[in-house]
Design a protein around this ligand. Sequence first.
Ligand SMILES: *Cc1c(COP(=O)(O)O)cnc(C)c1O
Length: 396
Amino acid sequence: MSSDLKMADPGPTGRFGEFGGMYVPESLVPACAEVERFFRSAWQDPAFRGRLDALLADYAGRPTPLTRAERLSEALGVDVFLKREDLTHTGSHKINNVLGQGLLTLAMGKKRMVAETGAGQHGVATATAAALFGLECVVYMGEVDTERQALNVFRMKLLGARVEPVRSGSRTLKDAVNEAMRDWVATVEDTHYCLGSVMGPHPYPWMVREFQSVIGNEAREQCRKVLGGADPDFVVACVGGGSNAAGTFAGFVSTRARLVGVEAAGGAAVGRGIPGVLHGMRSYLLQDEWGQILEAESISAGLDYPGIGPEHAWLADAGRAEYHSASDAEVLDALKLLARTEGIIPALEPAHALAWLVRATRDGIVPAGSTVMMTLSGRGDKDAETVMGLLQEGSV
Ligand SMILES: *Cc1c(COP(=O)(O)O)cnc(C)c1O
C-alpha cells in the first residue's frame, strides 16, 4: 500500500491518474474554467476562508462532535467513534459544500443556483444556502425520487426553491444531473451549478472534496485527542458520489489508517463498474457491454448513483482506499442496531457504513480491539417512512 499518496490539487486538467477530467460540451468549458479560477483564488483567500469558517461555526453548527459509541463498541468488540454530521443544520454533511458554493456564487457575481438531487438532501441544502444568500434556486429531481422523498420536496419549496421533477430516463439522480447541466448551459451568464458530490467535470470533484475536508480534518484532531495522539486503525464512510467519504479520507490519507468506503450493493461502482465517461468525468461506472449506463438500485435514494467520484476510482486503483458494499437487509439491521445501542437513528446512507463494519468485525476483517472512526453522514428523519414501510413488509 502506498501510504505517501496525497489527496492533492489535481491541477488544471483535473486528473486523478486516468480518472476525472472535464468531458463537457464546448459551451460549458468556459463555465467550468470560471468556477475553477474563482475557487482556486477563493480557497487561498483568508477573507473567503474566514467567511466560510464563520458560517460553518455559527450557522451550520461546527465543529460537529466525535461521539464514542460505547454500547455499539461493546456489541461489535471494537472501539467505534462516530463523526456526527447528522447534527449539522439540515441534518447532513451536505451543508458544508453548499455554504462553500453559495459563497462562491456570490463571489462570481451570479444570482441563481441550479442543483440536482437524489434523496433530496442536497436539494434542501442548496435551497437553504440560496435562502441564506438571497439567491434564486432551481432543483432538478428525478420524478421517482420526488415520490420517495415527498417531504424534502416540500422543504425545498418552503425554502423558496423551485423543484423541477425530471421525467427522462430512469427518473432518478442520474437524469437529474443531466437536466441540471442542460439548464446551466443555457443560463451560464447568471447561474452557478451547485453540484452535490465529488463528481462531474473538473473542478467539482476537487472543489467539493476541499469543502468537505472539514469533516476529516476535525475528526483527525478529535481522534488524536481521545486516542492519546494516535490515529484510528480504520476510517469508514458510506459512498454515493463519494463526498462525505472524500472529505473524511482527506483528513486521514497521510495517516496509517485503513480507509474504507461502503457503497450500496446495487450501486457498487468500484466492485462492478467499468471505467467510462458520464456527467463530465471519467470514472468507474455501472454500464453494459455497449456502454449504456445501468440503473443503480438501493433502498437509499442517496446511494443509487451508477458511478463514483473519480478520486475514489483512483484511490481504489492505487490501493490506498478499499471499497465494499452492503445489502439492503444488512443496512436495515445496522440502522436498528445503532438506534437501539446508541439512541441514534442514522440515515440509510451511513447505515451502509455500519452494516459493513458489523460484517467485517464478525468476519475478523476488522480485528477485535481495533479503533474505528466512522462518519455518520446524516440523520434518519428523512428515511423514517421508507424504513417503516420496509419493516412492516417484513423484508427484514
Ligand atoms: C447525499 C448523502 C450521502 C451520499 O453522498 P456522498 O456524496 O457520497 O457523501 C450520504 N449520506 C447522506 C446522509 C446523504 O444525504
